[in-house]
Design a protein around this ligand. Structure first.
Ligand SMILES: Cc1ncc(COP(=O)(O)O)c(C=O)c1O
Length: 489
């Protein structure tokens, strides 16, 4: 039976025309930048000095004890990171009492909205009764694994882990053990966490080991990258897997199903299916990294939406409902069996572990969150909010005649203003342009923040079930205020 359910079951109400988006993004990158007017930027920066004293003080103090003064890559740090001390529904509050609409959503896990009471209550109950961690088996591991198996039938066996990074590592290790092949292919620009072997072709396709500081070259010897959407060119996926056959073969191809960085470089609707077919031709496992798409796109994940069955699926974020230790790996019984825990299995074993892996708190939080998503249809509601914010942004962009590009896959909305995320190594100016374009994106993020809107680095917005029409419309007024003060050409 087809895994795909009706369009209504998934957050994407209409597949955006990938070719049209790619053409617009290409155009944006070729144009001169259109930043915020200098005098308006000064006003925004003054806002932080006037209204975010306590955050600034805390950050200055933190710089003495924490590298760069902030721990999290997503903690937007221009002009300085704001310190958050309250989160509820669609909002965040900082230590100076300013309220923000939260389109960061901690990087994606809080699809139900911040601090969703029904899940919070279950987590409190668990901590009161059992403790967050025991190191022994808990029924919630089973409940979560069974639930995921019901929603994503490709996940015959499931292993809960501590993060998306660990889970991608485990997937690669399992694929290598199971296939007895060494090479792994990723798509340039994609992010699969920060393990040694995956810091390759990060952000900008074609850059290989450019960001692999501190990583011995040997760790990356088995990693290859291909350009997004390229299956059949002489440098495409098929040619690469063919070439790799002479080097002992490819254990796995790992993809983000919407395209690198959650569709920042969107792939066409049939891309994953084509990757599946090429993997089958070469006896290579297909790994879907559903760290973002899992449950956010729909209960069946991207694999349900595209109706493509991966061999292994990497989980993170929503799998623990916004609570800590969010990671997991699931897939085919035969391939997953090489991860068997326990003292002795007598077979080649891909070693994974983790003191906090599969702790009862994370498993219970994930289990109840996913049940709540199912009950409330949070993914659909968040997807409609994504449609609304995206349509609103497109209207504002059109109204002011800007070259910016907004598009969404349900509750994952992209807003490209500087085009920095679209540079690639086929562009001879990619490295010289990346600095100024990155600064422009940071300024945008700061301007949105000054208008009371938190985005992911000024270029991505996650919506949640808590984002009512009123919340979205208030955010659009803020975006309008920023976009009305853009420098003329
Ligand atoms: C697609 C994807 N894979 C893997 C990861 C890594 O997950 P984690 O941050 O939990 O290690 C992320 C994190 O943002 C991600 O977006």
């Amino acid at each position: 039976m087809s895994q795909i359910m009706s369009g209504e079951e998934y957050a994407i109400s209409r597949w955006p025309d990938t070719d049209e988006i790619l053409a617009k993004l290409d155009h944006l990158v070729k144009l001169p930048m259109r930043p915020i007017k200098r005098e308006q930027m000064t006003v925004y920066l003054e806002h932080f000095e006037k209204s975010c004293h306590r955050s600034k003080e805390l950050n200055e103090e933190a710089s003495k004890y924490i590298p760069g003064g902030v721990q999290h890559n997503l903690a937007f740090n221009y002009p300085f990171p704001i310190a958050i001390n309250k989160a509820q529904g669609p909002y965040l509050w900082d230590v100076d009492g300013n309220r923000y609409i939260d389109f960061l959503q901690a990087g994606g896990p809080t699809l139900l909205g911040n601090n969703y009471p029904a899940v919070q209550e279950k987590v409190f109950e668990l901590v009161r009764e059992c403790a967050p961690v025991t190191g022994l088996f808990s029924e919630y591991e089973l409940k979560l694994a069974k639930l995921i198996n019901r929603l994503m039938p490709s996940v015959e066996l499931f292993r809960m882990l501590g993060s998306g990074t660990e889970s991608a590592m485990a997937a690669i290790r399992a694929a290598r053990t199971f296939t007895d092949k060494a090479r792994v292919v990723k798509v340039g620009g994609a992010y699969h966490g920060w393990s040694d072997q995956m810091v390759y072709g990060l952000h900008i396709p074609g850059t290989g080991a450019m960001e692999a500081f501190g990583i011995p070259s040997g760790c990356l010897k088995g990693t290859d990258e291909v350009f997004p959407n390229d299956i059949d060119s002489p440098k495409g996926l098929r040619a690469l897997l063919e070439k790799n056959q002479k080097k002992g073969g490819t254990a796995a191809v790992i993809v983000e199903p919407l395209g690198p960085e959650c569709g920042t470089r969107p792939v066409t609707r049939d891309y994953d299916q084509k990757v599946r077919e090429v993997c089958d031709e070469f006896g290579t496992l297909l790994i879907f990294d559903e760290v973002v798409t899992g449950f956010r796109l729909g209960l069946g994940g991207a694999q349900g939406y595209f109706n493509v069955k991966p061999d292994l699926t990497v989980f993170g974020k929503c799998v623990a409902g916004g609570y800590p230790a969010a990671g997991g790996l699931g897939g085919r019984r035969d391939a997953m069996s090489c991860l068997s825990a326990g003292v002795e299995t007598g077979k080649p074993r891909a070693y994974v572990g983790g003191t906090l892996s599969a702790n009862p708190l994370s498993c219970a939080a994930g289990y109840y969150s996913i049940l709540e998503i199912e009950k409330t249809r949070a993914h659909i509601k968040a997807g409609r909010a994504g449609d609304r914010v995206c349509k609103g942004l497109q209207d504002i962009i059109g109204k002011y005649g800007l070259p910016y590009v907004a598009y969404n896959h349900g509750s994952i909305c992209h807003l490209e203003t500087s085009g920095v995320l679209l540079l690639d190594m086929t562009n001879p100016n990619a490295l010289t342009e990346s600095g100024p374009r990155k600064r422009m994106m940071e300024e945008m993020g700061a301007a949105f923040e000054a208008e009371g809107i938190i985005t992911l680095a000024g270029s991505r917005l996650y919506t949640s079930m808590a984002d009512t029409d009123e919340v979205i419309d208030a955010a659009l007024e803020g975006f309008d205020r920023v976009f009305r003060s853009i420098e003329a050409v």
